[in-house]
Design a protein around this ligand. Structure first.
Ligand code: SAH
Length: 393
């Protein structure tokens, strides 16, 4: 079992350079005006940014003489792609990004027949120390700025629009905060990111509230703040155990906010927004997958505006734990459904490129300036991918 401390306050590091996506529209317009340009150029830059245009030469609605100056002032490149790994015939793509200070984060774009979802990181590393999660094992490097978080979604949106993902040009439809980090531990930047994801062009990606999911380990004050925002995004709570005794060990933050408090905060969120919340539950063999625990979880959630999303554990390096076998998964699902709780099993997309839930471990590579700029082979997991399509639901 881990002895890692919980870390709430991210280490202070040099701030990323100023970026339009960290500013309000008024602030961006003021920067442009200070450079002697009409304020509406800020809107032009915003449109380019959200469309994923990074090369000033392509900003043809901006006079050539000022393109460089304006884009340097407001659109510095914050995310440098280090490598992209693909799986599922290119429909799952994990990108490793280097930030201005060498910190590394990952995002994963997954295209399905009916939607395209990007899983983004809100922190470099994570301070929540969940022992089954690769990110949690490497600790917290720092919070990301809003522009650094938004940039991951913009890159995915542009990849879809530009036809870089097999299946022809398409639209990014969903964003989930299920990459590295605890979004509610970086609250102000995540709130700014949500505004940009939901905002209309030129200052946003125009996504719908229900297609954006904030996943939290259960920071109750953060859930309560989010409840007050009036943005009815989907809330996912990483529960992983229905009882405090076990959850204290699997999700160390439980020592501060107990199961009952987390569920109550999620219930209040659902009552306020009218939106069903998701309960995330990684099924770990012989740890939290017993029939009694399914019944306990069923009793905890019966009648609530909640949905359980079971995730067969994705193995992480050095962990003794394994996914629950299929019969145990099926029994767990059956018991929850019998209790009247809507339940699905998440697929294991990206497992073979270490891109599945809990496998993002970019921080492991540290701030090594020598990280190769070209694709390196994906680390191969020793265990065969055990569940795959069978676990789809
Ligand atoms: N900090 C946020 C986002 C983390 S990742 C949170 O805790 O919700 C998104 C989901 O992946 C969480 O539910 C997390 O608990 C889960 N997860 C982490 N490691 C996993 C693993 N090894 N296998 C399956 N799911 C995992």
């Amino acid at each position: 079992m881990t002895a890692l401390p919980l870390v709430f306050d991210a280490p202070r590091r040099g701030k990323p350079p100023r970026h339009l996506a960290d500013l309000t529209r008024e602030e961006a317009r003021a920067v442009v005006a200070d450079l002697g340009q009409p304020a509406f150029r800020a809107d032009q830059l915003a449109r380019h940014f959200f469309r994923g245009v990074t090369d000033p030469a392509q900003m043809t609605d901006v006079p050539a003489a000022v393109r460089e100056t304006l884009s340097e002032a407001l659109l510095p490149g914050l995310l440098t792609p280090v490598r992209t790994l693909s799986a599922d015939g290119g429909r799952t793509r994990k990108t490793l990004w280097r930030l201005h200070d060498g910190a590394l984060v990952e995002s994963v774009l997954m295209r399905y027949p009916d939607r395209a979802t990007v899983c983004i990181s809100s922190q470099a590393g994570c301070g929540m120390a969940c022992p089954f999660c690769a990110t949690g094992q490497n600790g917290l490097t720092r919070n990301l700025s809003a522009a650094e978080i938004i940039g991951q979604a913009v890159a995915a949106s542009a990849a879809m629009a530009n036809g870089e993902v097999p299946g022809g040009p398409g639209r990014l439809s969903n964003v989930v905060f299920m990459g590295m980090g605890e979004p509610l531990a970086n609250y102000p930047r995540v709130r700014a990111t949500l505004r940009a994801l939901l905002g209309q062009a030129p200052y946003g990606l125009g996504l719908s509230q229900r297609s954006v999911t904030v996943s939290t380990v259960g920071l109750v004050p953060g859930i309560r703040k989010l409840t007050e925002e009036g943005m009815a995004v989907t809330l996912a709570v990483s529960l992983h155990a229905p009882d405090d005794e076990l959850r204290d060990t699997l999700v160390p933050i439980n020592t501060r906010w107990k199961v009952a408090e987390v569920v109550e905060a999620a219930d209040d969120y659902a009552a306020r927004t009218g939106r069903r919340y998701s309960v995330e539950y990684a099924l770990i063999r012989d740890v939290n997958d017993q029939p009694e625990r399914a019944d306990l979880l069923g009793r905890l959630l019966a009648g609530k505006l909640a949905h359980v999303n079971l995730i067969p554990l994705n193995p992480t390096p050095g962990s003794p734990w394994d996914a629950s076998p299929l019969p145990a998964q099926r029994e767990f699902v059956a018991r929850l459904r019998a209790a009247g709780v809507p339940t699905t099993v998440r697929d294991t997309r990206g497992q073979d490129i270490d891109g599945a839930c809990g496998q993002l471990a970019a921080a492991d590579l540290g701030d090594d300036a020598g990280v190769p700029a070209v694709a390196t082979p994906a680390p191969v997991l020793e265990a065969p991918v055990p569940l795959g399509a069978e676990a789809d639901a």
